[in-house]
Design a binder for this molecule. Sequence first.
Ligand SMILES: C[S@@+](CC[C@H](N)C(=O)[O-])C[C@H]1O[C@@H](n2cnc3c(N)ncnc32)[C@H](O)[C@@H]1O
Length: 329
Amino acid sequence: MKQKQIQKSGTASGSTQSRVSDHFSVNAVAVAFSGNCLDLLREIPDKAIQLVVTSPPYNIGKEYERKLDLDTYIAQQAEIIRECSRVLSDTGSICWQVGNHVDKGKIVPLDAVLYPIFRDLGLVMRNRIVWHFEHGLHCSRRLSGRYETIIWFTRDTKDYVFNLDPIRVPQKYPGKKHFKGPKAGEYSCNPLGKNPGDVWDIPNVKSNHVEKTEHPCQFPVELIERLVLSMTHEGDWVLDPFMGVGSAVVAAVRHGRRGAGAEIVKRYAEIARDRIDLAMSGKLPVRPMGRPKYDPQAAGNKLTQSPWDSDAKTDAQLRLLQAVADYEV
Ligand SMILES: C[S@@+](CC[C@H](N)C(=O)[O-])C[C@H]1O[C@@H](n2cnc3c(N)ncnc32)[C@H](O)[C@@H]1O
C-alpha cells in the first residue's frame, strides 16, 4: 500500500527528470541534501524517521575531514546524535557504524566513547554487531584491523520494529531432525533459515567491488539492506546524516522505503544523487545480499599458490601432518 503511494509520488519511471529531492519533505521518495547534516536534520519533523543508519567520519584525517581533538569530535557527534534521536519514531532504530580513531599509533574504539551519548538520551542498545571484512591497511606495530562495529539503539520500549524473517540466512544443517520427544523425526530447523547472528562477514568496498565509486569508504549496500529489511516497513523513512555516495539511501529505495541523506562534499552528494536515481529505476549494479564470498583458492586463482613454499603440501599430506601434531605430547 505504502509502496504504491511511493511510486505515485515520484515521476514516471524512465523519465530523465531526477526523482531525488534536494530538501526533506514527508511526501518525497528520496532526498540527497548537499550540505551539513544538521541543516537537513532541522528540516525533518519530530519522530518522522524509522531508521537512522550512518557511518560518521572517524576523525582520522581522511580527505573529507579535518582532524579535531577527540573531545571536540565527541561534542560534535553528540549534537548530531541528539538531533537524530529527536527525529526518531517511537518504534525506530539508530545504527551507528564506527571503527577506531587512531592517533600516533594509539587506537580509541569509537563505539565505546560514543555509547554514553546514546545512553544519556534514554536509548537502549540492542546489539553491537561486528562487521568483519578482509581488506584494509596492513599494520606493522599492531594487528591489522579487520572489523568495525554497528551499535544499534532503540527507545526503551518492547514495541521497537524488528523483523527477523527477511534477513534469515541458510541453516548449516537443514536436514537435522528432532531425535526424541513429541516431534521426533520432524525437521528441527526453521525452513526460512537461521538468525544471522551478530558477526557479519560482508566484503568491504575495495577496487574490484561492483559498487566502487571514488569515495574512499562507502558502505556495501548489502550491509545496510539487512538493517533496512529488519528494522523498517515499506514506505518508512531511512536517514543517513553522513551519506557519502548514498549507499544507505540506495539500500532503502531498493526495498520500497524512503531514503534521505546529507553530504557535505558536493562531489559525493552528486554521485549519491545519481546512484539513488539509478537504484530507483533498478539499474544500479549492487552485490546481491547473501551471495557467498569469493574464495580465490576454490576458484583456482593461481595467485593463491605460494612462490616461496617449494614443497607445497597436498591436502592429504597436510592431514597426515595434522594427525602427527594431534598425537605429539
Ligand atoms: C565515512 S563517510 C560515509 C560514507 C557512506 N557510508 C557511503 O556509503 O558512501 C562519512 C561522510 O560524511 C561526510 N561528512 C562529514 N561531515 C559531515 C557533515 N557535517 N554533514 C554531512 N556530511 C558530512 C564526509 O564528507 C564523508 O563523505
